[in-house]
Design a protein around this ligand. Structure first.
Ligand SMILES: Cc1cc2nc3c(=O)[nH]c(=O)nc-3n(C[C@H](O)[C@H](O)[C@H](O)COP(=O)(O)OP(=O)(O)OC[C@H]3O[C@@H](n4cnc5c(N)ncnc54)[C@H](O)[C@@H]3O)c2cc1C
Length: 471
């Protein structure tokens, strides 16, 4: 099904947008520039838009919607394009609404512990700005230097520290959002508590750019922990590592991160950075604790490490300083790209299962990989059950790879899990949503989408299977 706008609609839209917003804000008719806005980290293909609007203000977003509605041209919001499920891909052409220029961080409030920001601020920059004030914004997607805070809110991003601190949703107090009619809504509040009206802030968090464009965000902050301690724990096998994860929690310890790398992931890291990680390990955990003092953080880390040793850990390496910490974390942060270099094609899933089912899920993945004869590497935020299952393949095995992903999705749901923990459904997982949600629930969400976007111009073709509200 194609919703591609006609050539004349595109030309009229480009003329009107250029005259109302200025040439500097509108990219049109330059294939190289447009192509830069047509792909993301989902590797789902290249879909160059017809027009890019680099919005500088809420007003620009309103103007774009007015033109798009009048001419029936789709609009796809885009942060920095680090998404892994194709949510920012303009699959039906039309306008990409880039928020990359809305980078003002207008307020860090030390009394009320909050920050007010535009959506285009790079997440890592926001973190360091608030940390300079002794405050802490915990959600830390591993893409923190590549993604925008608006994209994080739109996808409800998580990250390693979600284990102790929760995900983006837990920090969003309020936001300004422009819905496709051009109306500007101020959702939520600046207070921690507040239950007035429906919780539309929560609805907007994780709506993947399908209900509105987020133009300002108010985020809750917490005091910056004074000490962080990190350890690298090696195990003979992935199953041994995941059993130890369960034991750590049973002992009443909640680390700030508990990241997992299976044998294939570890092999890829070893090939890229030889000598960095123990040669005898078949799986790794990155264990990290934080606290208001170094003594507390270290005591907690030692307790967790002890549990791992009791459960078969081969070795525990404690990072002695910031340089050693970074040597542990850097390969983890770029693991997705490292794996992408090991095969012509890769599909990266982000399933979640209840923590107690992680060993069963890993066994399922192993069996599926053997049955389909497809290489699969698994790593991720295993402390909260969130596993990145990476399916590695080439052109000749593309069919088997698709089936591998389907099998993994079904096994996840059967084990009581969910098909996406943080990347969103977007384009790549839209056919799987019905594995997890019944049709009345899917239909209700489509009706909600129509309420926000009656003309179906905002990010069509995402989240719901083909035949969705805007197809
Ligand atoms: C190496 C790597 C590691 C990653 N690690 C993690 C991780 O640990 N945890 C995690 O959660 N994700 C991770 N991701 C995925 C990705 O970084 C996140 O989904 C991120 O939140 C996307 O932000 P972005 O600015 O790049 O958004 P984009 O990719 O540009 O867009 C993503 C979605 O958000 C929508 N959107 C963007 N901005 C707005 C806005 N202002 N208003 C409305 N809709 C908007 C888009 O339409 C799209 O649907 C990783 C990606 C990579 C490449």
């Amino acid at each position: 099904v194609s919703l591609r706008p006609s050539r004349s609609a595109v030309e009229s839209a480009a003329r009107r947008l250029s005259s109302e917003l200025g040439d500097d804000r509108v990219l049109y008719a330059d294939p190289d520039l447009l192509a830069r806005y047509g792909s993301d980290y989902s590797f789902a293909g290249s879909f160059p838009p017809d027009i890019v609007v680099r919005a500088g203000s809420t007003k620009d977003v309103q103007t774009t919607f007015a033109v798009a509605n009048a001419l029936g041209v789709p609009v796809t919001p885009r942060g920095l394009g680090s998404g892994k499920s194709g949510g920012a891909l303009p699959i039906h052409g039309g306008i990409v609404m880039s928020l990359e220029r809305m980078t003002e961080l207008s307020q860090i409030d030390r009394d009320d512990l909050l920050v007010v920001t535009q959506p285009g601020v790079v997440t890592a920059d926001l973190m360091s700005r608030v940390e300079a004030e002794g405050l802490f914004y915990p959600p830390d997607p591993n893409s923190l230097k590549l993604c925008s805070i608006g994209g994080n809110v739109a996808c409800n991003a998580g990250g390693p520290r979600a284990l102790k601190y929760g995900v983006t949703r837990n920090y969003v107090l309020g936001m300004e959002v422009v819905i496709p009619s051009g109306e500007v809504l101020r959702l939520g509040r600046r207070t921690i508590k507040g239950v007035t009206g429906y919780d539309l802030t929560s609805l907007m968090v994780g709506s993947e750019g399908t209900l509105g464009v987020i133009t300002e965000i108010t985020l809750r902050l917490v005091p910056l922990p004074q000490a962080v301690e990190t350890a690298l724990v090696s195990f003979a096998s992935p199953i041994a590592a995941t059993v130890a994860i369960g034991a750590v929690f049973k002992r009443g310890i909640v680390p700030r991160t508990l990241e997992f790398l299976d044998t294939f992931a570890l092999e890829a890291v070893r090939a890229r950075t030889p000598g960095r990680f123990p040669e005898n390990a078949g799986a790794l955990l990155i264990l990290e604790t934080d606290a208001s003092s170094q003594a507390h953080a270290m005591a907690e880390l030692e307790r967790a490490a002890e549990v791992c040793t009791e459960h078969g850990a081969l070795d525990v390496l404690l990072a002695q300083d910031e340089v050693q910490r970074e040597r542990i974390w850097e390969p983890r942060r770029v693991l997705s790209m490292t794996l992408a270099d090991t095969a012509p094609k890769k599909m990266s899933e982000d399933i979640v299962v209840p923590r107690s089912r992680i060993p069963a899920m890993l066994e399922q993945v192993q069996q599926i990989s053997t049955r389909r004869k497809i290489r699969v590497a698994t790593y991720g935020h295993a402390g909260d059950g969130n596993l990145h299952v990476n399916v590695l393949f080439d052109e000749a095995s593309a069919d088997r790879a698709e089936r591998t992903v389907q099998d993994v999705m079904r096994a996840t749901v059967e084990l009581g899990g969910t098909i996406s923990g943080e990347h969103g459904v977007g384009l790549t997982k839209r056919e799987f949503i019905s594995f997890e949600q019944d049709s009345p629930l899917i239909e209700l969400q489509k009706r909600l989408k129509r309420t926000f976007d009656p003309n179906g111009i905002l990010n069509p073709g995402k989240i719901f299977p083909l035949g969705g509200p805007s197809e």
